[in-house]
Write a protein that binds this ligand. Structure first.
Ligand code: HEM
Length: 534
């Protein structure tokens, strides 16, 4: 028999490869079977873990696994072990409002994907450095939670609604429009304009791009390409779970993932360059102004002047005394844009969908607006003070986001060894709060599937179980933009519903949505008609 060296080498390599794979699989299942303190959950596969059982829609996947495994289950997101909490009482430690001895003060364990995005050592959402997180979070709180900012934001949002009215008034009532696209631009304008103090002109760009629209001149704009910028922020948000879940090897070398990875990297590069341009332009403007000239109080200016001689809001008690670098500012801006635009936009689509499915709710909203603002045929003045009076509107927002939370699931990581529900949780374990699962839990809500805003009214006869309504999360990492977002959604509802009849184009169709880091409304066809008396 002739000796074939080629076959020998080939067989050798094949055998080595098979041996490596077998050792990997044996090692994988050995550590899975012998893991400490196992919690019920589905059987994982090497490399991908339970990603195939969770599916592409994390909210739906979590609901499905909750039905199968109950109030607490564990899964593997690729190589990362993750525990899901599906019951309000179990989230007590996650929603601890004090930093001292807080077992869940950090969002994520060390994660190569998030590190590659520089998210674990900068910004807020994923920042694992608690000193830096506290500092950045305080800056953000001081900006977006201060009454001064919130009052100013009402002015901005009203101005943007004036623009919206202009565009919508010229739309033919028989033309189907996509509310998802309009709200993308509407919320981008609100968030970018309020955070930077300069108009972002996304709505006007979108309006002008529509074939039969009345074209409008574009004023001074902080963005070079508004629609590309929005797209880039959305891509950035949706890629975070991709980076989080897939190990570097899969991201970089497996064909389909490799393409997604390249797209994410190109997007990051473009977004970073655009933000760098915005920050540098504003820095130059501030530096060229005399020191006694007041600087407008918006997030971008505040971040630039922080710890400089122009800083009038000195944040004491925190040991960082240097001005922020452009990269740090860019990180925080990305989080304001990413955290604010997508969530508010999706919430607005879900709310409009629900109130159109339940016309009696829409009628009650109009009654509330008549009560608070008087004659609706006149120009309405939606003031900062009036927002607190919109109690039913707030109940509708709460109920819509209970049924369709814009963030359906989100994680934290154990900062030290702890315990939940009788199970030991080791330091650095990822723990998800299954917001949507808790929002639909039969033990917390009577007829959980039913849309009933009255359950959020004080005299509605319902008791809200602690930690059972978590649209904005809870504890020390609760959403800092919640008051801003709630104010914006109230203004948008008042302004849209008093001026326009809005009807679903296909009232029987379920809402089209997909999970993209947030629960994203893909499309919502509506007809818009200006009210006769408006
Ligand atoms: C309807 C609108 C919004 C929803 C549903 C929403 C929801 C959430 C949720 C569920 C969390 C996680 C909280 C937790 O871990 O307990 C969060 C965190 C966050 N949100 Fe929002 N959000 C909204 C609007 C905004 C806005 C307008 C901003 C802009 C400032 C923002 C910025 C952030 C940031 C920076 C965090 C991270 C906080 C931290 O880790 O310390 N969000 N949001």
């Amino acid at each position: 028999m002739a000796f074939n060296i080629g076959n020998f080498i080939l067989n050798d390599w094949t055998n080595i490869l098979i041996a490596v794979v077998v050792v990997y699989i044996v090692k994988y299942y050995f550590s899975w079977y012998t893991r400490e303190n196992p919690i019920p959950g589905p059987f994982p596969l090497p490399l991908i873990g339970n990603l195939h059982q969770l599916g592409l829609d994390m909210g739906k996947g979590a609901l499905k696994l909750q039905k199968e495994y109950g109030d607490m289950f564990e899964i593997f997101l690729g190589p990362t072990r993750a525990i899901f909490l599906n019951r309000a009482e179990l989230t007590e430690k996650i929603n601890n409002p004090t930093l001292k001895n807080n077992a869940f003060s950090i969002r994520t364990p060390p994660n190569p994907g998030l590190k590659e995005l520089h998210l674990t050592e900068s910004g807020i959402v994923f920042n694992r450095d608690l000193t830096a997180w506290k500092f950045n979070r305080r800056i953000l709180n001081q900006t977006v939670m201060s009454p001064k900012f919130l009052r100013k934001s009402v002015e901005f949002t009203n101005q943007i609604c004036d623009d919206l009215e202009k565009y919508w008034s010229s739309i033919d009532p028989n033309t189907k429009v996509d509310l998802a696209k309009w709200t993308t631009c509407l919320t981008a304008d609100i968030i970018v304009t309020t955070a930077t103090g300069t108009n972002s002109c996304s709505m006007v760009d979108y309006n002008n791009s529509l074939p039969n629209s009345v074209k409008v001149d574009i004023s001074k704009n902080i963005l070079n390409e508004s629609l590309k910028f929005i797209d880039s922020i959305y891509t950035f948000v949706s890629c975070i779970m991709f980076y989080f879940s897939f190990p570097p090897f899969i991201r970089k070398y497996v064909p389909i993932f490799k393409t997604m990875y390249q797209k994410a990297r190109d997007n990051d590069e473009w977004l970073d360059a655009e933000l760098e341009r915005i920050i540098c332009t504003r820095k130059r403007k501030i530096e060229s102004a005399s020191l006694d000239q007041p600087i407008e109080n918006n997030a971008l200016n505040l971040l630039i002047v922080l710890n400089t001689e122009r800083d009038i809001n000195k944040i004491t008690s925190i040991d960082i005394t240097e001005p922020l670098t452009s990269m740090e500012i860019s990180g925080i801006l990305k989080e304001i844009f990413g955290g604010g635009m997508d969530t508010t936009r999706n919430a607005m689509c879900f709310i409009i969908y629900y109130i159109n499915k339940y016309p009696q709710v829409k009628d009650k909203l109009i009654k509330e607006y008549e009560y608070v603002y008087g004659d609706l045929s006149k120009k309405i003045d939606v003031t900062y003070e009036s927002l607190d009076k919109l109690v039913y509107t707030e109940a509708v927002i709460n109920e819509s986001t209970r049924l369709s939370p814009p963030v359906p699931v989100l994680f934290r990581a154990a900062a030290f060894d702890t315990e939940i529900g009788g199970y030991k949780i080791k330091k650095e374990t990822t723990v998800f709060t299954n917001y949507i699962g808790i929002h639909y839990h039969k033990d917390h809500w009577v007829e959980p599937e039913k849309f009933n805003p009255d359950r959020f009214l004080k005299d509605g006869g319902h008791t809200i179980v602690k930690n059972s309504h978590l649209t904005f999360g809870g504890g020390i990492r609760i959403c800092p933009g919640r008051h801003w977002a709630m104010g914006n959604m109230k203004i948008l509802l008042v302004r849209m519903l008093t001026k326009f009849e809005i009807n679903l184009a296909d009232p029987e169709a379920p809402i089209k949505s997909s999970y993209q880091g947030t629960q994203h409304c893909d499309e919502l066809g509506i007809y818009i008609k200006q009210k006769a008396n408006a």
